[in-house]
Design a protein around this ligand. Structure first.
Ligand SMILES: CC(C)(COP(=O)(O)OP(=O)(O)OC[C@H]1O[C@@H](n2cnc3c(N)ncnc32)[C@H](O)[C@@H]1OP(=O)(O)O)[C@@H](O)C(=O)NCCC(=O)NCCS
Length: 269
């Protein structure tokens, strides 16, 4: 009798093809070719898992090893089970496999985003031991349409950058914007992510003393992303009273809301 097998996906064209087949018939977010998916799988921070029914792909999960502030963490980025195989515990089992594998590599924290209203996904994450954290957040995304550089920095203003690369984790970039007097105007921390659906910056933290500084720093991130040939820059915004700027400020800078998500975390054991 055929039964399910869950295993890590290897960085091969065969497994990249199986992952994309599972993705296409479950999530449907990726228009990647197998070669593009393989390039993401080959990165040292990527961990992906396949659920197979015989030789047929039944589900998948794709994760990134990130630094969440000062803590190593697994971001469970994409999850999907082909409709004919749903409701049999495969989604939960894929998440558990990813969490167990991360623990065996010394990573005991995990996080994920679930679209508000996606009950099946929320249940699967909860059954695997993850819990929503805080109120739902709006996801703002700047979609990059072309790569020609655009001047954006007022005369005399400067952006200081510090990049951190740790073996086996997504690169992290910290940026600080200062005016001509050297006064701090805005700061951001971003992760450079290569998923199975896109390449982008995730803005992890954003602080600004005024909208002008916010807009110039966001523009800097977009220009930086264009120079790296990324597809988008995304920011999961905390409530505006926590950060001092609004959804309208972000939309003005070209970052409209594309969805509302619950952030889930696995508490340390
Ligand atoms: C989310 C998804 C991966 C779950 O996969 P699955 O193999 O069916 O998950 P499991 O069987 O482990 O658990 C699903 C849970 O959700 C419940 N569920 C399934 N469909 C549901 C629905 N439409 N509404 C509410 N709950 C639902 C199941 O009953 C189960 O909970 P229970 O154990 O309390 O009964 C799958 O539905 C899917 O691929 N959806 C489309 C893509 C997607 O949304 N991915 C997640 C992005 S974060």
């Amino acid at each position: 009798m055929t039964r399910y097998l869950i295993r890590p996906a290897q960085a091969t064209l065969e497994d990249a093809t199986l992952l994309l087949q599972a993705e296409r018939f479950s999530l449907g977010d990726s228009d990647y070719s197998p070669e593009e998916a393989l390039a993401a799988l080959q990165r040292p921070e990527h961990r992906a898992y396949l659920a197979l029914w015989g030789s047929e792909p039944a589900g998948f999960c794709s994760c990134l090893r990130i630094w969440d502030g000062l803590i190593p963490c697994l971001e469970i980025d994409m999850l999907g089970v082909v409709s004919a195989h749903r409701g049999r515990g495969l989604g939960t089992a894929l998440i558990r496999t990813a969490l167990n594998d991360a623990r065996s590599e010394g990573i005991s924290r995990a996080r994920a985003l679930v679209h508000v209203g996606n009950r099946a996904s929320l249940r699967a994450f909860e059954r695997a031991g993850m819990r929503p954290e805080g109120p739902a957040r709006a996801l703002h995304v700047y979609a990059i349409q072309g790569f020609a550089p655009v001047p954006y920095l007022p005369t005399g203003w400067q952006v200081e950058e510090r990049e951190t690369r740790r073996e086996g984790f997504t690169p992290r970039l910290a940026c600080a914007l200062r005016d001509n007097a050297g006064s701090p105007l805005a700061e951001a921390e971003v992760l450079e992510v290569h998923t199975l659906a896109y390449r982008g910056f995730w803005v992890e933290a954003l602080r600004a003393s005024a909208p002008r500084g916010l807009h110039v720093l966001l523009r800097h991130l977009v220009e930086r992303a264009k120079a790296l040939r990324l597809d988008e820059v995304g920011y999961l915004a905390p409530p505006s009273e926590e950060v001092g700027f609004s959804a309208d400020d972000l939309a003005f800078a070209g970052f409209p809301i594309v969805g509302t998500y619950d952030r889930l975390r696995e508490a340390p054991r």
